[in-house]
Design a protein around this ligand. Structure first.
Ligand code: AVJ
Length: 313
């Protein structure tokens, strides 16, 4: 991603009637470290839930695929790979013939992941790919080797309904018949549990959000005063949406040298930073069918907080 795109997106988002910054910009080097801290918080349950699912039910997931060997496990947006490693470990130990194919746009991320995976699983057959999800899926599907595509971590929760459709129908179009897709969805649950996960008492999630303004200051020559902004997040149990914001504490003007523009904030004006949608199993099933897939099975953690949902084309 070039700095240019970042500057353009920030300019567009801060010029809109309802200001917004895409949550994809959370993950610079500093934001990625803060996200690691979020995943370690007791309030942030999704990581532990998906870790449990992949550790305890890996074998059931693989049995359900009914794939002839060799096959590929293709991970779209692999992150640090710790959860996926739980699944892969079980396959390696059983001597199953498969390749692990992590796909990411960042070459650096994928190189680090490879080193890390091999340190823990030296016998793993790993074939990293860099590039765009759709073209990589298309390329992999042109061979007769069966593919399990992984889209884990509940990243789908950050997408608006239209974006969910574009993403999943794009996956579908590029997959071949009988290939499988395993997607992580965070489930609706006690609203207080969700609220705490996205507005923790230590303020780690607040810092994660404020880092967006810091990043603009660092990379685009902005002059945001971080003391003049506050974090606000709320969960709406009626539609399952967590929406997160930065609130301008005063009427203020911010200059960004890379865009060459000033941005005016009214007192209490919001910058929307993230959607984290929580699903019901019914909604997941409708989402699958609307995009051409058939649901094979939901793999839930013991608290029923999270599901890795297995679909087939
Ligand atoms: C990485 C998108 C799964 O929405 O739960 C964590 C990011 N945001 N706390 C999520 C996040 C605030 C996270 N995902």
């Amino acid at each position: 991603m070039s700095d240019n795109t970042f500057a353009e997106d920030i300019h567009t988002g801060l010029s809109a009637p309802f200001k917004h910054i895409s949550s994809k910009y959370f993950y610079d080097d500093i934001g990625s470290v803060i996200f690691q801290d979020i995943m370690k918080m007791p309030e942030y349950y999704p990581t532990a839930c998906e870790f449990e699912i992949l550790s305890l039910q890996g074998e059931r997931i693989i049995d359900k695929l009914n794939f002839a060997e060799p096959f590929n496990i293709v991970e779209l947006g692999a992150g640090d790979g710790i959860k996926t490693r739980q699944l892969l470990k079980q396959l390696v130990e059983k001597g199953i013939d498969f390749s692990y194919v992590p796909v990411d746009i960042s070459r650096k991320a994928i190189d680090e992941l490879k080193t890390n995976m091999l340190a823990h699983l030296p016998a793993l057959n790993i074939k990293p790919l860099t590039g765009n999800y759709f073209s990589m899926i298309g390329e992999l599907s042109s061979s007769s080797t069966p593919n399990l595509f992984l889209f884990l971590g509940g990243n789908i929760g950050n997408y608006e309904p239209k974006e969910v459709h574009d993403l999943l129908s794009g996956f579908y179009r590029n997959m071949k018949t009988n290939d499988k897709l395993l997607t992580g969805f965070d489930l609706q649950k006690n609203p207080s549990t969700i609220r705490l996960a996205y507005d923790d008492p230590q303020g780690i999630t607040r810092d994660f959000n404020l880092n967006l303004l810091n990043r603009i200051n660092r990379e685009l020559g902005g002059n945001f005063n971080l003391n003049q902004f506050e974090f606000y997040s709320f969960y709406n149990p009626i539609n399952g949406e967590v929406r997160s914001y930065l609130v301008s504490l005063a009427a203020q003007r911010v200059h960004i040298s890379q865009t060459g523009k000033n941005y005016e904030f009214k007192q209490n004006e919001l910058i929307w930073t993230e959607l984290s949608k929580k699903y019901t199993l019914k909604e997941i099933e409708r989402t699958a069918v609307d995009n051409g897939f058939e649901v094979m099975e939901h793999f839930l953690d013991c608290k029923h907080y999270f599901t890795d949902s297995l679909w087939v084309k």
